[in-house]
Design a protein around this ligand. Structure first.
Ligand SMILES: C[S@@+](CC[C@H](N)C(=O)[O-])C[C@H]1O[C@@H](n2cnc3c(N)ncnc32)[C@H](O)[C@@H]1O
Ligand code: SF4
Length: 436
């Protein structure tokens, strides 16, 4: 089996972030998540909160998230109120009541699109119901042009410990062509405020393969990112899921992909890894470099990848509770109306089998580049080397990984295309289905 995806970046590529594929989660299983929410939980499982803020100043041409641009202040305020009502309902169910949060994550869309006043109000309401004082990490995603000094101070005040800033590129021409709302002067200002206020962890996002990217631009962006010296640098290779503006334009106009091919993106990624490693960074997963591997934990990702409880709030957000996957309604108006009626806005769910949970945890941890066999033996009573022997042998022969009795380790070649290796571990009936 040839696993190498070397060709053009075609429509339909995606990141693997869960298993079984989202297309298998169904409305008919929603009753199962309602049952689980009303049963007494195994409270030894760590629990976190995900809060989705779906608003952005402008929709980037490459973005595949559920986002709404240019919404009026009234809709945003209505959303903030609905979120608070949703927290209220959730904090009273048996599976969540009285438990403490180990982590929280504000994702989007653009959480930093909310005003300081709205952020304070969300924090106040939430902490009266379910405090994040106990959380080891509270992450907050920001688009540079939505920040100001006062808002950055508010983020500190409400207890954010990890700031994630979507820089994407340090080239104004590229930012503009790709439809980003911000330009580099806003990046420099935002970064200064973040540094001055001071957060335990700062992450920046870059994308290898924005439309118009060249070797020189890319080298320059990586150098500038290194000069910023954040704790963490996440580098995405540009994907083209079906719902991006670029994909729609390609379909409508019948044009070829304007995104660099996979070989080029992997070469850029590899260059970035080498440049950043020379400056003291360590590769923490297929797409993350950290300054201090001893201290820089990404608590949210670690919990997500290990199947712990995540309470999903907000439109279209994904959660997992006591072994059951679920997702909220994914249209804004449906979400708002349902919550305003006093009902939980859950749209689809799936209770994975024990074997599916094993596959999920194995493939997600493989994205980190390194999987130990012992924890799987303890948790699932399964030897993963025997369980996945065929796929492991294939991928070893092709030079993507090595393994022995105690661990599976991706090679650099494997790290650069970790996502493309994962489908081989899926159950046969899930290999050809649509992912989302
Ligand atoms: C929710 S956004 C981060 C916060 C904020 N909305 C922003 O963009 O600055 C998450 C990240 O996903 C990445 N991303 C979005 N669309 C992508 C695509 N098609 N391929 C690769 N990465 C993508 C971007 O790096 C972006 O920073
Ligand atoms: S990449 Fe970020 S700012 Fe751009 S549309 Fe997506 S969520 Fe919004």
């Amino acid at each position: 089996m040839d696993l190498e995806t070397t060709g053009t970046t075609e429509i339909g590529s995606y990141f693997v972030s869960n298993y079984p594929p989202f297309s298998q989660w169904k409305q008919e299983h929603v009753t199962r998540i309602h049952d689980v929410l009303h049963e007494s939980p195994d409270a030894s499982i760590p629990m976190g909160l995900y809060i989705h803020i779906p608003f952005c100043r402008k929709r980037c041409k490459f973005c595949y998230f559920r986002v709404y641009e240019k919404q009026n202040a009234k809709t945003i305020e209505r959303y903030v109120q609905a979120l608070q009502k949703e927290f209220e309902m959730l904090s009273q169910v048996e599976a969540i009541k009285g438990r403490t949060l180990d982590f929280a994550y504000f994702g989007g869309g653009t959480p930093s699109y909310l005003s300081s006043k709205q952020l304070l109000s969300v924090r106040d309401r939430l902490s009266s119901l379910l405090s994040w004082e106990t959380a080891k990490e509270v992450t907050f995603e920001c688009e540079p042009g939505t920040l100001n000094e006062e808002k950055v101070k508010t983020l500190k005040e409400i207890g954010i410990t990890r700031i994630s800033l979507g820089i994407e590129s340090f080239n104004d021409k590229l930012l503009e062509v790709n439809g980003r709302a911000h330009l580099t002067p806003e990046v420099y200002k935002a970064y200064d405020w973040i540094q001055n206020v001071g957060f335990p962890q700062v992450n920046i996002d870059l994308i290898a393969g924005m439309m118009g990217e060249t070797d020189d631009n890319w080298t320059e962006s990586v150098e500038k990112a290194a000069e910023f010296a954040p704790d963490n640098i996440t580098i995405y290779q540009m994907e083209l899921p079906h719902n991006t503006i670029i994909s729609k334009e390609m379909k409508e106009m019948g044009v070829t992909s304007p995104i660099a091919d996979w070989t080029t993106k992997r070469r850029w990624m590899n260059e970035a890894i080498e440049t950043l490693q020379a400056k003291g960074y360590h590769l923490a997963s297929g797409n993350e470099l950290v300054k201090n591997p001893e201290t820089d934990r990404f608590v949210y990702r670690d919990n997500l990848f290990r199947g712990n409880d995540i309470v999903a709030t907000g439109v279209s957000s994904f959660g997992h509770m006591q072994g059951v996957h679920y997702q909220n309604l994914d249209r804004l108006e449906d979400y708002l109306e349902t919550v305003e009626k006093g009902e939980l806005p859950i749209n689809r769910a799936l209770e994975p089998s024990e074997h599916q949970r094993l596959i999920r945890e194995f493939i997600l941890q493989l994205k980190e580049g390194h999987v130990l066999t012992q924890p799987f033996q303890e948790k699932f009573d399964v030897n993963i080397i025997e369980e996945f022997s065929e796929a492991l042998e294939n991928q070893k022969k092709a030079g993507y990984l090595t393994f022995d009795d105690s661990q599976v380790q991706l090679t650099r070649k494997g790290m650069l295309q970790a996502d493309s290796l994962l489908t081989e571990y899926f159950e046969p009936e899930h290999r050809m289905v649509r992912y989302t």
